[in-house]
Design a protein around this ligand. Structure first.
Ligand SMILES: [Zn+2]
Length: 253
């Protein structure tokens, strides 16, 4: 049901009311309503499908997935696959193509890999916090893709989700001009702890959830903000890990 809502992006507020106050459905609303029961279209190829992606695209994304990846070098990071091929296209559609339901599908894949890797058994009590978007960007996009991933991940793994654990208080710019350590510093100022957690700290460790893990600067900054407040951080679970070269370029220890 939520898939169709994300797809249409419509709110029904104030629409279709006749003078005597009864609601009339416009043709577009009727067609959206029927879509709930009939089909959706694939987020990658537009074929009719019941899910976020058609079976051909699902197979393609799974084939392009690459290796799952767990590192403890610079804080723990678990990634479901590599940021390449149709995985990259799926994430692009999730972020820029208004295909929020792809995030739900990717979040489920991340969860399955997490469980298969023994991480849910080893760490049964974590709280998931998606990396937040700046308010303007969220408004423009209509949703936070990391929140979609995190929600589906939590539904499968059973962790509580705290979408407002971290807030993005400002947008950061011109990151590329900065060296690794300055980049983290710059980003640290972009995050703030939720008022709820300022009043009462969570008892369990946090797993940060994001779509792509690139230089690690965002995760490091978010981790610093949480740890400074006395909150324990397990690390990060991301759908895809982008290019190895970025580690050398980022350079922070
Ligand atoms: Zn497809």
């Amino acid at each position: 049901m939520s898939q169709a809502c994300h797809r249409t992006g419509h709110s029904n507020k104030g629409q279709g009311k006749s003078r005597n106050g009864t609601r009339k459905l416009r043709p577009v609303q009727i067609s959206n309503f029927l879509n709930l029961f009939l089909h959706n279209t694939c987020g990658l190829c537009d074929r009719a499908t019941a899910g976020a992606l058609c079976s051909a695209c699902q197979s393609q994304v799974l084939a392009d997935r690459g290796q799952k990846w767990l590192t403890e070098t610079r804080g723990r990071v678990f990634a479901w696959g590599s940021y390449d091929g149709s995985v990259k296209r799926a994430i692009a559609q999730l972020k820029y193509g208004k295909q929020a339901q792809i995030g739900d599908w990717l979040g489920l894949q991340l969860a399955e890999a997490w469980i298969a890797h023994g991480l849910s058994a080893a760490y049964p009590r974590l709280i998931a916090v998606p990396i937040p978007l700046a308010p303007d960007r969220r408004k423009q996009r209509g949703y936070n893709q990391a929140e979609h991933i995190a929600r589906a991940f939590c539904q499968r793994v059973g962790y509580p989700l705290q979408p407002q654990g971290l807030l993005r208080v400002r947008e950061t710019q011109a990151q590329y001009q900065l060296s690794g350590r300055d980049r983290v510093q710059n980003l640290t100022q972009a995050f703030a702890l939720s008022p709820r957690w300022q009043r009462s700290l969570p008892q369990d460790s946090i797993v940060l959830v994001d779509d792509i893990y690139t230089t690690g600067a965002t995760i490091q900054a978010a981790t610093e903000v949480l740890r400074r407040s006395g909150i324990r951080v397990w690390g990060c679970a991301a759908v895809a890990r982008a290019g190895n070269g970025s580690f050398a370029r980022d350079g922070a220890g």
